[in-house]
Design a protein around this ligand. Structure first.
Ligand code: ATR
Length: 507
């Protein structure tokens, strides 16, 4: 079973013990990062294992390896020796592990560790990138039989993560720790078991005076409470969401809570990726059973599908992948999520006799226009690039135009409902606080929907509401599309009674 290691990076031993006490229930072992301690505290580390009351890794990480130690190697080796000195026969009073870098060859340290049962973690770090010869590296690193190999390399791309995953698969019997550091590699930490690793290093993000020990780490509490790390085994079904940059996603909250409440042996993880091709290879390697696909891959993923629903075929965008014996099947749950949400809001069965303006002509707009057309609306599509609006409008014979004041007379003919589908106004986006329809004055009778759910009130919705319009954000649509996804993933209808117990996100 893979273990959770809480990294302790505070400046004093006392503070590290306080942090350990607060989070001990989540961790199996802990790492004392001696390099983060104040210099006088470094001299007092020997009693730490006894005080910690759980197995401790002794690490004095150099600056070049991502640590804070800037002194000479002699001083560093001395600190390690100090940690191992006066070893006790009761092993719980000794450091359980000593982290020694691959290029540090000090036989006396290794001997001392070996004599008193301290295991060596033989580590290699590359905080710049992922080496091309990882497999050879793993195979050549171990100095003695009982060592654990640790490779922590920065992933600058999904290809880098794939490279590490493949290298690990080539040596299944070796006890090792493999970590893709950074944003792209975060899931290599959550899926420790699947990457063939023995330990997942975490930090307590809430403790500001003990910053995360390495880039891409997952918070220790989140790892247990959200991702149920200790329940992840080789038999756990893995689902996830892929997209880029994927910083704001709240889907893991939704799915992991349902899986927990339903006692399903499954997990849902974010897979930020810069390449859908490499991600699909990772998905196959890891045996993913289902994937939510978001910006910007809803169209790019289509060539990977073995089959697709009629909706994907017609809309030309896919936000759900389901693994079947024949390969990946694509579905689109945005469409039904959208229409279900808007119809419920309007207390309507369909959009017959409704004249609707849609802002945007991207992937999200395609699902919206498809549903509006299917359910009887007359539609005007307005887009910054009018040619794209024209292309989307053609098969449905919709009206179309650009996104400026020249189109006001058209909007006035299509304003029972106005739907905003672009990312303009999204929190964290380059254009938050922006209103794509700023040139138009609401008359107050429009029903206005913005697909954005964070913030709850975009500038467009706020202005519409102030003018007297009824307004709806994208939160309810998000929940509805996720419920359809759940049904696709599990083959079971979403247990509606659980909805009240699920926190989706910032709403
Ligand atoms: P999605 O899948 O979220 O719809 P997309 O396919 O990339 O993403 O489409 C983005 C939509 O937002 C497009 O309609 C785009 O307009 P263009 O086709 O003119 O690019 C629209 N959009 C993005 N930034 C915009 C901005 N600053 N002002 C107006 N529209 C914008």
């Amino acid at each position: 079973m893979a273990k959770i290691c809480l990294c302790l990076t505070a400046k004093t031993l006392k503070r590290n013990l306080e942090i350990l006490d607060k989070y001990r229930k989540y961790a199996d072992i802990t790492e004392l990062r001696v390099d983060c301690l104040e210099p006088n505290e470094r001299l007092l580390i020997r009693r730490f294992p006894e005080q910690a009351g759980m197995p401790v890794i002794l690490t004095v990480r150099r600056h070049i390896d991502g640590g804070q130690f800037v002194g000479g190697e002699g001083v560093r080796v001395n600190l390690m020796a100090r940690g191992l000195a006066f070893a006790e026969t009761d092993r719980r009073r000794n450091f359980a592990y000593l982290d020694i870098e691959d290029d540090l060859d000090i036989p006396s340290l290794e001997e001392a560790a070996g004599t008193f049962g301290t295991r060596i973690i033989r580590s290699y770090h590359n905080s710049q990138g992922t080496d091309s010869n990882l497999l050879a590296k793993i195979r050549s690193m171990r100095h003695s039989g009982d060592e654990i190999i640790k490779i922590a390399v920065r992933a600058n791309s999904t290809k880098d993560v794939l490279h590490l995953l493949k290298a690990g698969r080539e040596c299944p019997d070796q006890e090792k720790i493999l970590i893709s550091m950074g944003h792209y590699g975060t899931y290599s930490r959550i899926l420790t078991e699947q990457f063939g690793s023995a330990i997942c290093y975490t930090s307590a993000f809430a403790e500001e005076d003990a910053p995360p020990a390495a880039p891409g780490q997952v918070d220790v509490e989140e790892l247990s409470k959200l991702f149920h790390f200790h329940n992840i085994t080789k038999n756990t079904k893995i689902y996830g969401i892929t997209g880029n940059p994927l910083r704001m996603t709240s889907s893991p909250n939704f799915f992991n809570t349902v899986f927990e409440l339903e006692a399903t042996n499954a997990i849902y993880i974010p897979f930020p990726t810069d390449s859908i091709i490499d991600f699909m290879e990772i998905a196959n390697y890891l045996g993913l059973e289902g994937v939510s696909v978001t910006i910007p891959y809803k169209e790019a993923v289509i060539p990977f599908l073995n089959s697709m629903t009629d909706e994907v075929q017609s809309i030309g965008a896919c936000n759900t992948l389901i693994l079947t014996p024949q390969g990946w099947k694509g579905a689109n749950t945005d469409a039904r999520g959208f229409s279900g949400s808007l119809l419920a809001f309007l207390s309507r069965e369909n959009f017959k006799r409704q004249r609707v303006t849609v802002i945007g002509a991207g992937g999200a707009a395609r699902a919206v226009v498809y549903e509006l057309h299917r359910l009887g609306a007359k539609v005007l599509i307005l887009n910054r690039s009018p040619q794209k609006a024209a292309l989307l409008a053609a098969p449905y014979k919709c009206a179309w135009g650009g996104l400026d004041e020249r189109e006001i007379p058209k909007i006035e003919k299509y304003r029972d409902i106005i739907i905003q589908t672009t990312s303009v106004g999204m929190e964290g986006g380059s254009l938050d606080m922006a209103d794509p329809l700023a040139f138009y004055n609401f008359c107050g009778r429009e029903e206005v929907m913005d697909l954005i759910y964070n913030p709850r009130m975009t500038p467009l919705l706020r202005r519409a509401s102030n003018a007297g319009c009824n307004v709806l954000n994208g939160y309810d649509m998000l929940i509805r599309q996720a419920q359809y996804q759940y049904a696709y993933f599990t083959g079971k209808e979403f247990p509606g009674h659980l909805l009240a117990r699920i926190q989706y996100g910032e709403n």
